[in-house]
Write a protein that binds this ligand. Structure first.
Ligand code: SF4
Length: 362
């Protein structure tokens, strides 16, 4: 049993963090195996502390696919809960504690804009184009890639997925993150001059048909506001201040920053690199600050700093508070499934094909 203070104020907003945590843990014990709480690495510490599993998009998608719990409370953003809903069975529900937690990158590629781009692109004689969507996208985009022989990738498996895509066609249309697409294709040997940035608001992405014909990779002009914050000057600053420091960044960062860093990789990669490093080593990490602070706290024998002097915080992830989790758990304990995320089966069926293909290639 987790004790709850007897004389707690009646307004939950006045409860202490400890009080909320104790109530969440009490409800988790009560709901038992009916409940699984998943949290993304970019969630606040107090949310991560009550999760059953913490991971990046790939790890959480795999956890959701294997889950047997009736209810999955997904502490992350909307597209992640959609993915979990697609991968779970009909008797399971996926709950997003904060319905306003979207992802600005995912919102940069709408189904209408993508359909228009695809029609215009494939009207030009280009050879076979394989569409690949980053997992940070709406379920409708995942369904789109399934319909057109493509698949989904995460930052952990982007290289494998693009390798596969180039066995299926001569060209790749990558969306919505321009930066992940560029660095992955570049490292597979595609020169920068063979890539086009697709301006989503302009006909043929703002290019003439000949340029479209020549290109091998089309990069949707979407980006992550958090990972755009880092600057090459930040790298110079830390190298001068802390000689020997290793700079590691997420592949959603701009290309010149990734090239100037010592290494880049998914959120899981960044966490592992720091956790497994020898004592006394120094790290400047270019990703969301909640994860970097947690890495610093659990590695007191190393120097771990955020690469940026600014607060590189994902406002979308930050919307989920322990109180948001408590509210949906109270609903479940009372027999109400609140904040359920449901992808219509017509979309989910196709999106599932694309995600299953990704998971089998990962
Ligand atoms: S960190 Fe960027 S890509 Fe990830 S959820 Fe936040 S806005 Fe979206």
């Amino acid at each position: 049993m987790h004790p709850v203070t007897k004389d707690a104020p009646s307004d939950p907003r006045d409860w202490t963090e400890e009080e909320v945590r104790a109530r969440i843990l009490g409800l988790k014990s009560r709901l038992g195996r009916d409940l699984l709480v998943l949290a993304h690495h970019y969630q606040r510490d107090a949310v991560v502390a009550v999760a059953d599993a913490v991971g990046d998009s790939l790890r959480l998608a795999q956890q959701a696919a294997l889950a047997t719990a009736r209810h999955i409370v997904f502490c992350g953003v909307h597209f992640m809960a959609e993915t979990a809903d697609i991968l779970t069975g009909p008797g399971q529900s996926v709950i997003l504690p904060e319905l306003r937690a979207g992802c600005s990158m995912a919102d940069m590629a709408t189904p209408d804009a993508l359909e228009w781009a695809w029609q215009r692109l494939t009207a030009v004689e280009t050879g076979r184009v394989v569409p690949v969507t980053y997992i940070n996208s709406a379920a409708t985009l995942k369904a789109f890639v399934a319909r057109h022989g493509g698949t989904v990738c995460t930052s952990s498996n982007a290289r494998k997925i693009l390798e596969w895509a180039f066995t299926q066609g001569e060209k790749v249309f990558f969306f919505p993150d321009e930066h992940l697409g560029r660095v992955t294709a570049y490292e597979l040997g595609v020169p920068l001059e063979d890539m086009l940035v697709w301006d989503r608001d302009r006909d043929l992405g703002g290019h003439d048909p000949e340029a479209v014909r020549r290109a091998r990779v089309y990069l949707w002009d979407g980006f992550c506001v958090v990972h755009q914050m880092f600057d090459v000057e930040d790298i110079a600053f830390w190298r001068q201040k802390e000689p020997g420091i290793r700079v590691i960044v997420h592949p959603e960062c701009p290309f010149d920053l990734i090239r100037a860093a010592d290494a880049h990789g998914s959120t899981e990669y960044l966490a592992r690199a720091v956790d497994q490093a020898p004592p006394g080593s120094k790290w400047a990490v270019g990703t969301e600050v909640n994860l970097v602070s947690r890495l610093a706290a659990r590695n007191p024998d190393k120097l771990v700093v955020s690469l940026s002097p600014h607060q590189a915080i994902c406002a979308n992830m930050y919307r989920t508070r322990p109180l948001s989790v408590l509210r949906v758990l109270e609903g479940l304990a009372a027999g109400r499934v609140e904040n359920r995320i449901r992808v219509p089966e017509a979309v989910a069926g196709e999106a599932r094909q694309a995600l299953s293909r990704m998971l089998s290639l990962s």
